[in-house]
Design a protein around this ligand. Structure first.
Ligand code: NDP
Length: 314
């Protein structure tokens, strides 16, 4: 198919390059769809800020997040995936072919797989960024096991914070749950579990105002009492930020349906969005599991669905 301008129309454009997008690329490339991946300027997604990944099947000894992404990327490239290392700035899915812009450059496609992921919300402290993956983490499931027999902190008062604090007691000698208010928004049962756990101590009305450390990594935090304004230093080997996630869906506002937080809605059991030919996979449509392996799984689903949709419609 050609447009008036004779511009090439891609079979499928994949937006985003975490495990969901790269798996979709491997599958669509092996289906000879010659996918074009617009991988973003900070390609690779959340795994790029993860140190050791020990729960991704196939890597007995574990693998670092960036290495895992690099292997997947090469694998997708081997079958013919092409990459553009830029950010998509605008999309128009109102008619075929779909339009995807990178600034002034327009790309056309018969199908689109969205895998732009989600980002963990952070406190926004420069020191938090400096010690990311060197004590500071946004994922207890990923990094918890590296904190055996040491004291760690968890920031947040929602279900994620409760879950992460409880999970971390398997490894850490003590978990301080640091919350800015005097009550949790988390569900009662999860709060009860936390309050009953002798290894967890709640620090109410408390904010982390700085992460402290040296060349070896973080070794403490500066805390501030939100009521009295007093500050206090505390020795901690790890700090888990659990204050929620933000799906990367600004591009699709008003175009695709999303839930109240912004996660894209897909037809249950599929990766289909409300627009035929546009699929969503990975964390951008999953606020619940948020694992590399589940993202990869839905990336595979999106590729198979896109392939079948293209066969039936083009
Ligand atoms: P939430 O938005 O529910 O909670 C975020 C928490 O972080 C709040 O307590 C909030 O404080 C605090 N917070 C936000 N910003 C800051 C900041 N800048 N500094 C300090 N604290 C901050 O996010 P969750 O990730 O916990 O949960 C998201 C959704 O997923 C919820 O619907 C939850 O129920 C669900 N979920 C369910 C689970 C389960 O059922 N097993 C497990 C995990 C999540 P404040 O309260 O003061 O606003």
């Amino acid at each position: 198919m050609q447009t008036d301008s004779n511009q090439k129309i891609e079979n499928t454009i994949i937006i985003g390059s975490g495990p969901a997008g790269l798996t979709a690329a491997i599958y669509t490339a092996r289906a000879r769809l010659e996918p074009l991946m617009i991988e973003g300027e900070e390609a690779g997604g959340q795994l790029m800020i993860t140190t050791e990944v020990e729960n991704y099947p196939g890597f007995e000894e574990g693998i670092t997040g960036p290495e895992l992404i690099a292997v997947m990327r090469k694998q997708a490239e081997r079958f013919g995936t092409r990459y553009i290392t830029k950010n998509v700035t605008k999309v128009d899915f109102s008619q075929q072919p779909f339009k995807v812009w990178v600034k002034d450059t327009l790309y056309l496609a018969k199908s689109v797989i969205i895998s732009t992921g989600a980002s963990a919300k952070l406190l926004g402290l420069p020191s938090e960024k400096a010690f990311m993956s060197r004590g500071v983490s946004a994922c207890a499931t990923c990094d918890g096991a590296f904190f055996k027999n040491v004291e760690v902190g968890v920031v947040g008062g929602g279900d994620t914070a409760m879950e992460e604090a409880t999970f971390l007691t398997r490894f850490a000698s003590k978990v301080y749950l640091i919350h800015r208010r005097d009550s949790f928004r988390a569900s009662k049962i999860m709060v009860e579990r936390v309050l009953k756990n002798p290894k967890i101590q709640v620090l109410w009305n408390t904010e982390v105002i700085e992460v402290l450390g040296d060349t070896k990594g973080m070794n403490g935090v500066m805390l501030k009492n939100t009521e009295k304004g007093e500050t206090q230093k505390m020795d901690l080997q790890g700090l888990f930020i659990a204050i929620g996630h933000k799906p990367n869906t600004d591009l699709f506002k008003g175009i695709l349906d999303s839930d109240e937080v912004g996660y894209l809605k897909t037809k249950p059991g599929t990766t289909q969005t409300k627009i035929p030919g546009v699929f969503a996979s990975g964390d951008v449509q999953d606020s619940y599991y948020r694992q590399a392996i589940t993202a990869a799984g839905t990336g595979c689903m999106a590729a198979i669905e896109a392939e079948r949709w293209l066969e039936a419609n083009h």
